[in-house]
Design a protein around this ligand. Sequence first.
Ligand code: CP3
Length: 352
Amino acid sequence: MPNSKPDSQIPRKPFLRALGGERLGHPPIWLMRQAGRYLPEYRAIRGKVSGFLELCYTPELAVEVTLQPIRRYGFDAAILFSDILVVPHALGQAVRFEEGEGPRLDPVRDVAGLKRLGMEGMHDRLAPVYETVRRLVRELPDTVALIGFAGAPWTIATYMVEGGSSRDFALARGWGFRDSQGFGRLIDLVTEATAAYLIRQADAGAEVLQLFDSWAGVLSEDEFRRWAIAPAARIVKAVKARHPDVPIIGFPRGAGIMYEAYVAETGVDAVSLDSTVPLEWAARALQSRVTIQGNLDPLVLLTGGSVLENGARRILDVLGKGPLIFNLGHGIVKETPPEHVARLIEIVRGRS
Ligand code: CP3
C-alpha cells in the first residue's frame, strides 16, 4: 500500500533533519549563490533577458535557474532564485542592475525620502516571486528542501541609503548616529516588510528561510545590537507566529564574537558562519545552541586541489561532530570552475 506510512515514519529531508539538530552521517550541502554566473547554463538564460530583475520576476526563468545547480550537482537544498534588493524595489525605490557595476538605487537619505516609500502594493510587485516558490514546490525532487530568503534590514538599508554597494557605509552609519530615530524608521519599515515577505514565501511553500546580513560586520557593538540583532529578533518572532515549524537561518556575516549574542538573542534555528570564524570556537560557543552552516572560504573552492581537500576536511572534522550544514562562508565566486564544486560534494559526501 503506497502512502500508508504515518507522517512520523516518512524520512525527512536531510537538510531539515540537520536544521532540527540531528547530526547526520555526512552533512547536507548547498552553496550560497549556487545558481549564478559560474554556471554556463545560467549565463545562457541570463543572456536571454535584458535585465537581472527581469530574471527575478519571470517565474518560468527563475524556476529554471534555481533548478540548474540541483540537476547538475544534486545539492540537498535549492535556494529560490531572486535577489535581496527586490524588497526596496517593492517598497517603491528605483533599483537597477548595471552590467559590471552592481546595483544602483535612487538613494533615500532622510525622513522626507522615506515618506515616498511604503508597503502598499508591495505584495503585488512581489507576486512573481511567490509564484516562483509555488512552482518550485511542485518541481523539486522530494529529497531536496526549498529555501526562501531576504536581506536583513541593516544590509538592505545600506543599499537604500548609499544607493548601491559601498566601501565604508558612511552615509548609512552616519544617519544612524546623527538621527537614530529617523534611521530607525527606515529599519522599522524594512523589518516589517521583510517579515511580511518571508511569511508570504513560507505560505507559498518555502520550507526554510535565510536572512542575509551581509554587512553586519561593519557595525560596532551598540550598532550591531540595535540594527542587526533587534530587527532579526522581530522578524523571527513575526515569522514564527505564523509558521512555527519553518526553520530560520541567520547570516550576520563578519559578526566575530557577536555571533554569540546574535544566536542567543534572535531566536534563529541555525547560524551561517563566514570564513573568518574559528572552527573550534564555533563548535564550543555556538553549536551547542544551534545548527551551524558554513564556512568554507569561497577562494578555497576557487583554488581547488589540496587546498580544497584540506579546507573542507577540517570543517568536517571540527564541526561534523554536531549539527552541520556544509556551505561556503559567502557566495560562490563567478570564476569558480564547476568541477571544483563537484569535487567538494564528493569530499563532503565521503567519497575519496
Ligand atoms: O543562488 C543563490 O544564492 C540565489 C540567488 C541570490 C542572488 N543574490 C542572485 C544574484 C541570492 C540569495 C542573493 C543575495 C544577495 N544579493 C546578497 C546577500 C548575499 C551576499 O552575497 O552577501 C546581496 C548583498 C545581494 C545584492 C547583489 N545582487 C549585488 C551586490 C549584486 C551585484 C554583484 C554581482 O555579483 O554582480 C547582485 C546581483 C546578483 N544577485 C547576481 C545573482 C546571480 C548576478 C547578476 C547577474 O547575473 O547579472
